[in-house]
Ligand binder design. Sequence first.
Ligand code: SF4
Length: 169
Amino acid sequence: MINDAKELKYVSGTIYSYSFLCDRKVWLSYHNLSMEQESELVEIGKFIDETTYKNERHNFLIDNTVNIDFLKKNIVHEIKKSNKQKQMAINQIKYYLFILKNHGFEDIKGELNIPKSKYTEEVILTEEDMENIKSNLERIDKILKSKNIPEPINEKSCFKCAYYELCYI
Ligand code: SF4
């Protein structure tokens, strides 16, 4: 178990979120087999992200890997297009808060925004979250270092995944 934050190897927020869905997606995405750009669903998400709250944002790149949107009053925002992605977005926000905390930021919190349904939820980082995130990062690191691509998961979610063709056709 990693105890020192300096030993942690961060991945992008997107890859971190994938680790809750599919190890294979983590591996493929990290090794830059990026079919994401072709996915319409991803494009819609990006459009909302780029056009909402445009005037209030500050972009923050950590370790050349993690890109965080910081808005006013030390709040990290994550903007999603639908309620379906709620838990994934919360995991991602907690991950960002964790990284910022390790970089000396205090008194920060997160907020999930779903503009389509006018939904807002405050997100805070607990001690338990911090331990879980450390474990997740260790697990992700093992996936990424593996020479073998993890097996496809054969789940319903695969039909909407940008890597579907790569995995099954
Ligand atoms: S299609 Fe399924 S198995 Fe393949 S990367 Fe996507 S979620 Fe994982």
